[in-house]
Design a protein around this ligand. Structure first.
Ligand code: 5GP
Length: 192
């Protein structure tokens, strides 16, 4: 049987669309909303911190967690594993807090199978050109990784129609406020 959770909020969007900025703006506006820290095997980027941006693990240790069924969901994205741990999500939900999962389209599908009334939000770029420019300018990854991320971004955007709400990230603050408004509007319509 599927679980019910009106407090679980999925946020997806292509690489470079500004998900991190929008989510941190959401958290600074509404302290009742927190972000689940995912586990990944990708290399730590400059400025990132273990336990803050992600829990960074080796492939071997990630695979041990898969074997131990510690993940709510996990998927491979551009050659690296990314996953959401079950325990912190269950704990946050018991406490009644709203929790954001910043996950890709595959992860979103898996979470929807488990929690059938979570809210899913897709962040779109103002234009494909703007997205390409942002991914390229960010220049955090190798050329191969960049190409992979661009290809992957196009696939992700085609999936925006599977989400409850799609919003353009033109200005971070207004995008964050539109998401918050939608979360509470959907909650009201769901009779919470
Ligand atoms: P990045 O390497 O740019 O931080 O993230 C790459 C992609 O992985 C993004 O689309 C991001 O949403 C996704 N992602 C991050 N954490 C998770 C997770 O726990 N599970 C899944 N399925 N995707 C994730």
């Amino acid at each position: 049987m599927k679980s019910k959770s009106k407090n679980l909020i999925i946020i997806s969007g292509p690489s470079g669309v500004g998900k991190d900025s929008v989510i941190s703006r959401i958290q600074s506006i509404d302290s009742k909303i927190s972000l689940a820290i995912s586990v990944t095997t990708r290399k730590m980027r400059l400025g990132e911190k273990d336990g803050v941006n992600y829990h960074f693990l080796s492939r071997e240790n990630f695979e041990k967690k898969i074997e131990n069924s510690e993940f709510l969901e996990y998927s491979e994205y551009c050659g690296n594993y990314y996953g959401t741990l079950k325990k912190p999500i269950e704990k946050a939900m018991k406490s009644g807090r709203k929790i954001i999962l910043k996950i890709d389209i595959q992860g979103a599908e898996k979470v929807r199978e488990i929690y059938d009334d979570c809210f899913s939000i897709f962040i779109l770029p103002p234009s494909i050109e703007a997205l390409k420019e942002r991914i390229t300018l960010r220049n955090l990854d190798s050329k191969d990784d960049l190409d992979l991320r661009l290809k992957r971004a196009m696939i992700e955007i085609e999936n925006a129609c599977n989400y409850d709400f799609a919003v353009e990230n033109d200005v971070v603050d207004s995008c964050a406020r539109k998401i918050i408004d939608k979360i509470y509007e959907l909650e009201k319509n769901n009779g919470v």
